[in-house]
Design a protein around this ligand. Sequence first.
Ligand code: SF4
Length: 189
Amino acid sequence: MPHLSRRQFLQLSAGVSGSLLLPHVADAAGGEDFPLHKRVGELATICPYCSCGCGLVIATDEHGHISNVEGDPENPINRGILCPKSIAVRQLANSPLRLGKVKYRAPGSNQWEEKSWEWTIEEIAKRVRKARDESFVRTIKVNDKDVTVNRTEGIAWLGGAANNNEDCYLATKLMRALGVVYLEHQARL
Ligand code: SF4
């Protein structure tokens, strides 16, 4: 193998990567088949992966499937920059493994049943109510005196990056009304 100086190596690398990129640039400039040309809709949204809350611009194709994900240059948090994880956001929506219906496995069963959202929401509400009533604490002893606390120690709520301000506001209202004290969010750094 011939010896290359540092300068020759850099010149060669630039030439090779330029020739690899050129066909793609040409496609992007004029090719009808280039996937990014199939955008029919674009919307600005927030990356759901972590509490940084970077802004995304999501493009969809004619079937409503996500065809491209880019950083939103107008978002003041990331100013168009994204980490590699967010590029996989399209898989969240497009994956054939994604569940589109509620699946329920009853206690002791080894079978999953399909359930409606009405049944599911009602069931969750019943179980939250039961857990709250069974774990509700009205008073605790402090220096031999009864102090009113009115709290439940049987429920916890944990928020994540996908919750926006409005979600968090409503969730906090509901949890406080139930007497939940174990209330946390991933973004509380
Ligand atoms: S793009 Fe990366 S850093 Fe930004 S919110 Fe998504 S996962 Fe977090």
